[in-house]
Design a protein. Structure first.
Length: 118
C-alpha cells in the first residue's frame, strides 16, 4: 500500500524566531529555499508540533512571533521576549506594505481555521 505524505516547513529569522509555517499540501509551489522541513511525513495541513492543532497561530495580532527554533524544536517564547519585540516594533513601526502582508497572512490563517471548523 502506498502512503502519501506532505512536508511541513518553517522559516526563522536571524534571532531564531519562527516567522512562517506551512504544509506543501495546500501550498505545493511555495518557495522552500531557506526553509526548515520540520516533518517530512505530515498530513495535508500544517502542524508546528507532532500532535498539535492544524495551522496554529504563530504570531500575535500585532505580528510578534510566538515561537522560536531551539535545538531543532519549536519552543514557545516567553512573555518577556514577546514584550521586548513589542517595544522594538513601537520604536521601528512596520511599513504599510509589511502591515498589509501581515494582515493578509492573518486573514488567510483565520479563514482556513474557520473553514476547518465547519
Amino acid at each position: 500500500m502506498y502512503s502519501y505524505y506532505n512536508k511541513h516547513y518553517i522559516t526563522i529569522d536571524d534571532q531564531g524566531r519562527i516567522t512562517d509555517g506551512w504544509s506543501d499540501g495546500p501550498y505545493p509551489d511555495k518557495d522552500t529555499a531557506g526553509a526548515i522541513c520540520i516533518n517530512d511525513q505530515g498530513g495535508y495541513q500544517f502542524r508546528l508540533f507532532p500532535n498539535g492543532g492544524e495551522n496554529p497561530t504563530i504570531r500575535t495580532m500585532d505580528g510578534v512571533p510566538l515561537y522560536k527554533w531551539v535545538d531543532g524544536k519549536a519552543v514557545a517564547r516567553t512573555e518577556e521576549e514577546i514584550a521586548a519585540d513589542r517595544v522594538d516594533i513601537s520604536a521601528h513601526p512596520p511599513t504599510a506594505q509589511e502591515r498589509l502582508e501581515a494582515q493578509v497572512t492573518y486573514t488567510a490563517m483565520m479563514t482556513d481555521t474557520l473553514l476547518e471548523e465547519k
